[in-house]
Design a protein around this ligand. Structure first.
Ligand SMILES: Cc1cc2nc3c(=O)[nH]c(=O)nc-3n(C[C@H](O)[C@H](O)[C@H](O)COP(=O)(O)OP(=O)(O)OC[C@H]3O[C@@H](n4cnc5c(N)ncnc54)[C@H](O)[C@@H]3O)c2cc1C
Length: 352
C-alpha cells in the first residue's frame, strides 16, 4: 500500500518505520522533522512513576507500551547503528520533606494497588545507589521498570532507520488531507497540528520548561539512573545521559508562551539542587520549552476515522513512552487488523 504519514515527531517516525518494515511504501511529510514536543521531551519511559491519580484507562496503555519498547528499539537497530539513548537502569523517586514523604507513600500505595512494582528504600539505601543525593531527604522508593531514551538521539536514529527502510521524506506542510490524494492510507500524526487537519480533535498546548546541564569530568557520573522527586509538592526530574549531560524537567503551564520562562527555569533549578546539591557545579547548556499535545481526558486520539485515515496524536505527557503502542497499533489500524490492545478509550471522535 502507498501510505502518507503527516508529521515526523516520535509518533510519525515510529509509525512510518513500522509500516515500512511491514512492506508498505511510506512517505513522511514534515517541514521541520522532530521539531515539536519530541525535541523537548525528557524521554522517561515511566509507566509507574508517571502515574496520575484517576487516570486508570491510561495505565494499561502505558504498561503495554513499556512492554513493547524493547521491540521498538530492536526494530530501530535493525535499520540503523545510531544510538537511541535507551537505558534500563531504573528510576529512584525521592521526597524532600515529611509532607513530600507522605505524598510519596500515598502514591506508592496507589501504584501497588494497581499492580505496579515499587520498592521502598531508606534514604541511606537510596544514597548508596546515588551518592550525589542530598542527605537531607525524607524518603525514597525504587522503580526498576521505569527506563529512558534520549529523544533527540532517538528521533535522529529513527529518521536514519526510516530512510534505510525505504521511507521517503518531504518537507511539505500539509494544509489539507486532500493534498495526499495519491495515498491509499493516511496517518495523521502531526501532534498539535492535527486539529487543523481533522475536525473534532480537541488539542491544546501544555507547555513545559526543561534544562540541560553538563556534568564536569571530576563529578561524572553525577547520577547513574533517573531521579524524580517532590520538593514542597512540586515534581522535578533529573535524567543522566551517557554523553555526560543531565536533563532537568519539567514545568507545566498553559499560558500560551512558547519560550522558556524564567520562573519555571528558576524553580526547576532550585528544586533539582535541593535533591542533588552538586548540580551547582555543572555547566549550564540550554533552557528550552516544548508544548505537550494535551486532550481533555489526557488520553491519546488513536483510531480510524474513515476508510483512508488513521489518527494518532494527543499523546500529552507520555508520547515518548506511548510511541511503541502508537506505532504498533497505528500500523495495525492501517492494515485493518484488530489492534493488540483495546483502543476504545482513544476514539478520535469522542470529543466531537
Ligand atoms: C517538556 C516536555 C517533557 C516531556 N517529557 C516526556 C517524557 O519524559 N516521557 C514521555 O513519554 N513523554 C514526554 N513528553 C511528551 C512527548 O514529548 C509528546 O507526547 C510526544 O513527543 C508527542 O509526539 P508527536 O510525534 O505526537 O508530536 P511532535 O513531537 O510534536 O511532532 C509533531 C510533528 O508534526 C509536524 N507538523 C505539524 N504540523 C504539520 C503539518 N501541517 N504538516 C506536516 N507536518 C506537521 C511538526 O513539525 C512536528 O515535527 C514531554 C513533552 C514535553 C513538552
Amino acid at each position: 500500500m502507498i501510505i502518507s504519514v503527516v508529521g515526523a515527531g516520535i509518533i510519525g517516525l515510529t509509525t512510518a518505520l513500522t509500516l515500512a518494515d511491514r512492506g508498505h511504501t511510506v512517505t513522511v511529510h514534515d517541514p521541520e522533522p522532530a521539531s515539536g514536543a519530541s525535541h523537548h521531551a525528557g524521554g522517561m519511559l515511566a509507566p509507574t512513576a508517571e502515574v496520575v491519580y484517576k487516570q486508570d484507562p491510561l495505565f494499561p496503555l502505558m504498561r503495554a507500551s513499556a512492554e513493547w519498547y524493547p521491540d521498538l528499539i530492536a526494530l530501530t537497530a535493525k535499520y540503523t547503528d545510531l544510538p537511541t539513548g535507551y537505558r534500563t537502569d531504573g528510576t529512584l523517586v525521592v521526597a524532600r520533606d515529611t509532607a513530600d514523604k507522605t505524598h510519596l507513600e500515598e502514591l506508592r500505595e496507589y501504584q501497588s494497588r494497581h499492580g505496579m512494582e515499587v520498592d521502598k528504600l531508606t534514604v541511606r539505601q537510596a544514597r548508596k545507589l546515588e551518592p550525589a543525593l542530598s542527605p537531607a531527604l525524607a524518603g525514597a522508593v525504587a522503580i526498576g521498570g521505569d527506563h529512558q531514551v534520549q529523544p533527540r538521539l532517538f528521533t535522529r536514529a529513527l529518521i536514519d532507520a526510516c530512510r534505510s527502510a525505504g521511507v521517503t521524506f518531504t518537507t511539505s506542510r500539509i494544509e489539507s488531507l486532500d493534498q495526499l490524494n495519491k495515498a491509499d492510507q493516511v496517518v495523521v500524526a502531526n501532534g498539535l497540528g492535527a486539529s487543523q487537519l481533522v475536525a473534532g480533535l480537541d488539542l491544546r498546548p501544555v507547555y513545559g520548561d526543561v534544562l540541560h546541564v553538563r556534568v564536569p569530568q571530576h563529578q561524572y557520573p553525577l547520577l547513574t539512573r533517573v531521579v524524580r522527586g517532590f520538593v514542597e509538592d512540586r515534581p522535578v526530574y533529573l535524567i543522566p545521559r551517557e554523553d555526560g549531560t543531565l536533563t532537568i524537567g519539567a514545568s507545566t503551564r498553559e499560558d500560551g508562551r512558547d519560550q522558556p520562562q524564567v520562573q519555571g527555569i528558576h524553580q526547576l533549578m532550585r528544586d533539582a539542587i535541593e535533591l542533588v546539591p552538586a548540580l551547582e557545579e555543572c555547566d549550564f547548556i540550554e533552557a528550552t520549552a516544548g508544548a505537550r499535545p494535551g486532550t481533555p481526558d489526557d488520553l491519546p486520539y488513536l483510531g480510524r476515522i474513515d476508510d483512508r485515515t488513521v489518527v494518532s496524536t494527543g499523546y500529552f505527557r507520555h508520547g515518548i513512552l506511548l510511541a511503541a503502542l502508537g506505532a504498533r497499533c497505528g500500523a495495525e489500524l492501517v492494515d485493518r487488523q484488530t489492534p493488540a490492545i483495546d483502543l476504545s478509550a482513544c476514539d478520535p471522535r469522542r470529543h466531537s
